[in-house]
Design a protein around this ligand. Sequence first.
Ligand SMILES: [Zn+2]
Length: 270
Amino acid sequence: MPVPRRRFLGTLVAGAAAPAATASYVHPRKVLLWECTRKEFREALEEGRLKVVVLPTGSTEQHNEHLAMIHDTASATFLAQQAALRLYPRVMVATPVPVGISPHWMDRKGTLTLRRDTFLAVVYEVCESLATHGVRAILILNGHGGNETALKESLPEFRRKLGIRLEAHSYWEAYGPEIARKYLASARIPGHAAEFETSFALAAFPERVRWEGVDYARVRGKLGIKDPKSAEEDELFAREARWATAAKGEALIAIALDWLLARLHAMMEG
Ligand SMILES: [Zn+2]
């Protein structure tokens, strides 16, 4: 059963699982590296409070006609921030990598893509920067399917070169096929801009879902999609996206958050 909305939001904002010694309210910016001052970040390191940094990786790419391009980056960052708030002050979120490996969507307007090597170089150098400052554990939390293989394949090399604890996971590793079947009519996770991602957005940042004026009958043939099978799939995903609800998103976010918290606990204890 989906968690009632008020309780869901309450636990996300208040950081209910934070240790008793910390205040029950943590300002959301306190766990974001890019919002911290040098003093705040330095002291977190010096005092040994900061144990793990989460680095979100995503994309800026077409998400069909109704969902914002930043979805993959925003969803990974959202989960990272919520987990960090629960584990404050032991976990912090590094500046997300907002463009990923998306050549497969370049015939759709708005998609930005990096070459595999460029993307991996950015991810590596952000991790290297963190390691230089004394961060000893980094969890790369990925939100874009196109980045997944490249990250997994590079992990052994990154670990060897950096000499720190380093993990890389796409957040949908939290879900098995059973969960997909239980919560989604399409049973499709992650899918692309379909029921799952749209439900996530409706729960986390509904302003990024905008159906106004979306009309396939009017734009069919004008979208520039080269492969006819892919054009068909585009419309299928759009139909499935109409099944999305905030309640489904809340239930699935809660599952991903528990999974992420367990991974972070394992890294802190390991
Ligand atoms: Zn996506």
